[in-house]
Design a binder for this molecule. Structure first.
Ligand code: ADP
Length: 167
């Protein structure tokens, strides 16, 4: 599969060490991994799309075979646009399963040629989520080691300045 392309989609609000672990492990299997940052205004992200993309870009800087792109369309259309037949998702504990299972069924229905592949979260990151990180940071707790440094700094300044909310 070394020559092929996989997409790793998410809201990445913000990117965490758990996301990066799935991205790195995907890269071991596929020649190119396109990280798809969903604009997802319905989720009312804390960080703007530009901020989320810049955090991802900084976190993966200098690593071959990784690309970042935004999307505001069906995930299968995004995958097709990037000539990818594989969508890689991370699975944590049991909380992700039902929703991911549903999305994978719809993806198959819309694009039977595209496979959704699930990777188990590693134990250290099993309970790590963007929302947990934001909650901890909002109360002044440290999130070092759970997110890239650029994100840690951005969370601190966001909550210090009280400028919350993005699109
Ligand atoms: P979240 O679910 O934290 O809001 P996203 O929507 O950005 O994050 O999720 C993108 C993908 O990354 C999903 O497939 C999700 O299950 C996966 N993911 C998120 N956090 C982790 C983690 N700690 N370990 C493994 N996979 C994860």
């Amino acid at each position: 599969m070394k020559g092929s392309v996989a997409v790793c989609p998410g809201t990445f609000d913000p990117i965490t060490a758990g996301h990066l672990d799935i991205i790195d492990r995907s890269r071991q299997l596929f020649g190119t991994v396109v990280i798809g940052v969903a604009s997802n205004p319905a989720k009312a992200p804390l960080f703007s799309l530009d901020e989320r993309v810049s955090f991802v870009s900084e976190a993966i800087a200098g690593r071959a075979g990784l690309e970042v792109a935004t999307f505001d369309e069906l995930l299968v259309d995004f995958a097709r646009k990037h000539e990818s037949r594989v969508i890689v998702k991370g699975l944590r504990a049991t909380s992700d399963f039902e929703r991911e299972f549903q999305m994978a069924q719809f993806a198959r229905r819309l694009a039977p040629e595209i496979e959704t592949l699930f990777m188990m979260a590693i134990p250290e990151y099993m309970f790590l989520s963007s929302s947990a990180v934001k909650e901890i940071a909002s109360y002044g707790g440290t999130v070092g080691g759970l997110v890239p440094e650029v994100v840690e700094a951005a969370l601190i300044s966001k909550y210090e300045s009280g400028l919350e909310g993005g699109t």
